[in-house]
Design a protein around this ligand. Sequence first.
Ligand SMILES: *Cc1c(COP(=O)(O)O)cnc(C)c1O
Length: 367
Amino acid sequence: MDKIFVTKSFLPPKAEYDDYIQKIFETHHLTNYGLLEAALQNKLSTYLNTKHICLTANGTLALMIALRHAGLSGKKVITTPFTYVATLSALLWEGCIPIFADIDQNTLCINPKSIKHILIKHPDAAGIVPVHVFGNACDTVGIQAICHKHNLTCIYDAAHAFGATLYNRSLMDYGDFAIGSFHATKLFHTVEGGCIISHTDQDQQNISLHHAFGHIQDDYYTLGINAKLSEIHAAMGLAILPHLPNIIAKRKKICDLYDDLLPLDILKRPHFHDDLDYNYAYYPIQFPDEASLCTVKMALEAHNIFPRRYFYPSLTTLSYLPTISKNCECPIADRTALTSLCLPLYPDLSEEKIKQITSIICAHIHT
Ligand SMILES: *Cc1c(COP(=O)(O)O)cnc(C)c1O
């Protein structure tokens, strides 16, 4: 019996990918400012309606570079414990001190009230990295007001936000900077890849310099790193991008079917932002308690269905945090991490499978 995982990476028709690969074999241009990278950058700029986008080797390096470019390395930065570990890793790798603010229990995104509270204890925080969790939109208006008042630089982790719009503007376009991830498990991918979105020509130039060793030819400007996206990776992105509207439409159908078939009086769904045009990146559900989550997860696994506990454990519990981060209290995030499960979601997941998944859940949720 085939195993069903939380996601299955989308692959374009092979001929469409081969056309781009053929170009690489003709030009021998494999990486470093190649034609395919430039073409993808152009198309993403149009798709996301954002002028300044730098493509990177992955989303983690994108966040590290954005933090460094914004001058946040080594400083206190407020973030959420309910996210993928990469958000935290990038902060720690840049020597930042992560200060956790709690999440809103309905949206699962960082709660502006908690940010305000944290700032009383940590008025020296220099920046904030909120996460658009599961493609839901943060309270961008509330966060912007706080950033303005406290002079904080805001870098959105928009790794889940591709294709979503908030107030008819790309969700990846908010904040001083935003980073994206094009990892194979994400809605849009280049196998491995990512991006940094900024808002001025100067930012774009400096970020681009950082992602390519900090030099142009024989002129060395700054300490850079290697975070370039190769032509092979760009080819995958170019072949997938035209399928995006179709991918999102199919995901929406699956989510609607889950909505219809699940006992949503017992299982809770996040409240999605009212002005969000959602991308259907994930299908998270909240159990009443951890025990019922484990019962259902085991029952599904017995049928070769493997949902994921996104995001478990709460990042506040990790052993390698500085004490100051460990001491941040985030009861809602900690509880959410214990009770949150993401169900399988990808375009060719069959209706039959969804019915099987939901009936197993229904059979085990009361026990
Ligand atoms: C996937 C992800 C990242 C990191 O992306 P990579 O491209 O895998 O390095 C960062 N933040 C969040 C929330 C993610 O889900």
